[in-house]
Design a protein around this ligand. Structure first.
Ligand code: PLP
Length: 297
């Protein structure tokens, strides 16, 4: 028997304990990674930037030519009900739409009945407390990120074999996490996070070949609020290694400093001044009604 984290799911129109939430072995979401999803977090009983996540999820669903069983209000209502039933104050909330199963196992994607489910588990972090305090040590993988000409990275997807291969490479190299390049000397993203460099007080992040992370957008918005200049552009691996500060952004943990890339120490001390300011402001926004939605009990 597998042990599961505490949590609950909404699947096949029912709320069930996480251990009972199952999908068919014939689901194309599993057999073809033919699915899209989104993850929003709840912190102290408030969703963070829920509208942004719902916008991205519904856009991803239409780009893949799939259909949700609910309109936006219906979707939002299910998310609230899942969080309430989970009893979790701080939660990781994943909504998923898979291509589903075709009754005849036809190879035509139009024949499949799309499958929607949600699961809510305790809030999770891309880096533990100690790693967040001193910055992550990362490896730049030899495997490159799947190109945007193959898979549209703005559709949040489960094409993660490159990222997982990269993680194994990083662990083999004695590192804690991984960055993937584009094969042309530029950095893209890592397993579930976007990447930022700070040089001479200005912030850059890759413009293309990456998901438009909601935390990425949040970091850009917070920079604007702090009067820090930002640019979405190409970021070379060399520029990253010679940056004053490097940080990553993810719904799973917010803004996290990078201490070392391939044995090159980043900046004077980690976290750097701008990373620190952004992190503080990021968490302050978690009680601001303009940035959050209270879970409706
Ligand atoms: C979800 C995800 C991110 C981070 O996006 P957020 O919306 O900030 O959580 C980055 N890269 C990939 C590949 C992702 O799937």
């Amino acid at each position: 028997m597998t042990d599961f984290p505490p949590g609950i799911a909404y699947i096949d129109g029912e709320f069930v304990p996480i251990s009972e939430a199952k999908i068919s072995v014939l689901d194309w979401g599993l057999l073809r990674s033919d699915a899209t999803y989104d993850v929003v977090h709840v912190w102290k009983n408030r969703f963070f930037r829920l509208d942004h996540h719902l916008d991205r999820f519904t856009a991803s669903v239409s780009k893949l030519r799939m259909e949700l069983p609910f309109d936006r209000d219906g979707l939002e209502d299910i998310l609230h009900r899942c969080v309430v039933r989970s009893g979790l104050e701080d939660a990781y909330v994943e909504m998923v739409l898979t291509r589903g199963v075709s009754p005849t196992f036809s190879r035509d994607p139009r024949d499949a009945v799309n499958n929607f489910f949600v699961f809510v588990i305790p809030f999770g972090w891309i880096a533990d407390e100690q790693q967040r305090a001193r910055g992550l040590r990362v490896h730049i993988a030899s495997v490159t990120r799947i190109p945007p000409s193959s898979i549209d990275p703005t559709v949040k997807n489960y094409h993660w074999l490159d990222l997982v291969q990269g993680l194994h490479e990083a662990y083999d190299a004695g590192k804690e996490n991984v960055f993937l390049g584009d094969g042309r000397g530029n950095i893209t993203e890592g397993p579930g996070f976007n990447i930022f460099a700070v040089k001479n007080g200005a912030v850059t992040t890759p413009a293309t070949g990456v998901i438009k992370g909601i935390t990425r957008q949040t970091a850009l918005d917070l920079c604007a609020e702090l009067g820090v200049e930002t640019r979405e552009t190409e970021v070379s691996e060399g520029a990253l290694k010679s940056a004053d500060e490097v940080f990553v952004t993810s719904t799973a943990g917010g803004i996290v400093a990078i201490a070392e890339i391939d044995n090159v120490k980043i900046g004077e001390s980690t976290p750097g001044a701008i990373t620190k300011k952004l992190t503080e402001l990021y968490w302050t926004k978690h009680s601001d009604p303009a940035w959050t939605t209270a879970v409706i009990v």
